[in-house]
Ligand binder design. Sequence first.
Ligand code: IPE
Ligand code: MG
Length: 212
Amino acid sequence: MDGNGRWAKRRGLPRTAGHTAGEEALAAVVRAAAQRNIGWLTVFGFSTENWVRPRAEVRHILGLHRKLFGRIDEMNDNNARINWIGRPFDEHGARTPVYVQRAIRKAISDTEHNTGLVVTVAFDYGSRAELVRAASACVAGADDIDTTCIDQHLYAPQLPPVDVLVRTSGETRISNFLLWQINGASVYFTEKTWPDFDAVELDRALSLVASK
Ligand code: IPE
Ligand code: MG
């Protein structure tokens, strides 16, 4: 969900205001995705590399994740399940604060009965670390390192291959996001910064899948 900072800067607002607007944009996109009977929506909320940002900005983003994972009534209204991918909380170097861990666990358990859209939030996530961990697990299990074994040891093995990858705010490079899972995906590039990404944009992205 890139471009929150630029969205704010263009309006003469602090970066934190951009993150706040971005979290609200996500809530609206979840609603739109649920209405369109989409099965899976996965968003990059916070990467393992984002911890180096200024402390106050990180604190603000963490608070927004608590807010996001706290939108349980809304998720239930949307018949949507919340899921999370990222570095396991007990892994060496992991630094997700306990209050965010709690919000994530509660959101998962309070929405697990829903049968529609699965909203997966990547938090403290990095795709290369995910793949290194999967390969290590295959070795430790004396398994072959093949695609089946890697598939089985991803953070969320149930996540299907990505149909369409969205890249916001005019970026045309790939980031450290779902590198394994995007094999074969269409890519939707848009100039819109994330807070301006809306249902119209979602439909444009989806049209790439429909025309496959
Ligand atoms: C995305 O917006 C939010 C996070 C990475 C947490 P940015 O903060 O990267 O916004 P830009 O790229 O500076 O515009
Ligand atoms: Mg950015």
